[in-house]
Design a protein around this ligand. Structure first.
Ligand code: BYC
Length: 327
């Protein structure tokens, strides 16, 4: 069994030293964390840099749809909560960029890859937030999907990524609850408010299911990432769990999930659900999402307009380094 796994890995890792690779594989198999200074196959380093940096970009781009609603939130309490949530997302981005930097790629290089369109970020953030109910739906569904994906990542094989996930998951749980609480208020409100909540669920349901990535059979990275314990559960497994947890939550709100095929399947102990529009998914991945251009423009503008802050911080750090040297 182990030899087979190793052979498969060799095919991916190509020219790696077989002894080092075998020792690495054994550590992963024993559930040891791999740390930044440890030897690792180049393909492992590349996959992690890709996944962690894309995860970081998602957190930062994910601030935009909700940030749009801070000034329009319906009360001071809602504004304060939303402001705190958006700040949390910035923090998640920072832990994740730091975790990715430990693999040897600088933050500037990662951000340049985002701005040039080379690096991806989650498809979900290419959809517009049209009403206040969308903020409820994002917390409930988008943060809910994010937690489902991130809880297993607390046990991912790369130490800095796993440790970043612990705090991220705690904060995401709060985010999910605040979104669900918004939905509870709207769903129990006036008929117009309930309609807004249903409309938000209709628009965010399918994009939330797409967050888990392509079906396992069409996912080029899953098999290797499962072997290296970067991913602990596959895209389809996590998607199924998300559907099974979320459907009763929609029922409790008195809202209906926009899927005519959705039904409990006693035999499999889970829901059957309709086919996801994978053409839409791949179009959004290619950068053709409804508000993709606005999102990238907002990020590029923020980077350019924030240049003076980075320069000031660098000048300050240099001044202190000089002082420390002189002392
Ligand atoms: N969107 O082989 P696959 C948040 C790409 S932020 C875009 O299955 P993998 C929040 C994939 O990158 C939460 N692209 O890939 C923030 C790959 O392309 P490349 C974000 C996607 O990596 C603010 C190709 O499709 N969470 O919650 O094994 C406010 C083939 O896919 C997507 C994370 O980033 C997608 N949805 O599995 C509120 C979690 N799906 O790179 C909330 C960490 C797939 O080979 N990431 N692609 O060219 C992961 O767990 C994994 O990377 C994925 C994909 C499950 C997403």
């Amino acid at each position: 069994m182990y030899t087979t796994e190793l052979q498969k890995t060799k095919a991916v890792a190509g020219t790696e030293d077989p002894d080092k690779l075998a020792a690495f594989e054994a550590r992963v198999a024993a559930d040891e964390f791999i740390e930044p200074k440890d030897w690792m196959p180049e393909a492992y380093r590349r996959t992690l840099t890709r996944q962690i940096s894309q995860h970081a970009h998602s957190e930062i781009v994910g601030m935009l749809p909700e940030g749009n609603w801070i000034t329009r939130a319906p009360s001071l309490r809602r504004k304060a909560i939303l402001l705190a949530k958006v700040q949390d997302e910035a923090g998640h981005g920072l832990y994740l960029y730091s975790a990715a930097e430990t693999l040897g790629t600088s933050r500037e290089e990662m951000i340049e890859a985002l701005h040039s369109g080379k690096a991806k970020y989650s498809t979900i953030f290419n959809y517009p937030t049209l009403t206040w109910a969308d903020i409820g739906a994002i917390g409930w569904l988008v943060d809910g999907a994010a937690i489902m994906n991130q809880v297993p990542l607390q046990r991912t094989s790369y130490g800095p990524y796993a440790r970043a996930m612990v705090r991220v998951c705690k904060e995401e749980s709060f985010h999910q609850r605040q979104g669900y609480e918004i939905m509870m208020h709207l769903a129990a409100g006036t008929p117009e408010q309930k309609r807004m909540a249903q409309d938000a669920l209709n628009r965010w349901w399918w994009p939330s299911l797409m967050m888990f990535g392509p079906p396992d059979a069409d996912s080029p990275n899953t098999a290797q990432s499962m072997r290296w314990r970067i991913k602990r559960e596959t895209n389809d497994e996590l998607r199924q769990k998300f559907v099974d947890i979320t459907v009763p939550q929609a029922e409790a709100l008195g809202l209906s999930v926009p899927d005519p095929v959705l039904a409990w399947n006693e035999e499999k102990g889970g829901h059957d659900f309709g086919e996801i529009d994978w053409e839409e998914f791949y179009a959004v991945v290619r950068g053709e999402g409804p508000v993709a251009k606005e999102r990238m423009k907002a990020r590029r503008d923020a980077w350019e307009e924030g240049a003076w802050v980075r320069e000031a911080a660098a000048a300050y750090a240099e001044k202190h380094a000089r002082k420390a040297e002189a002392a």
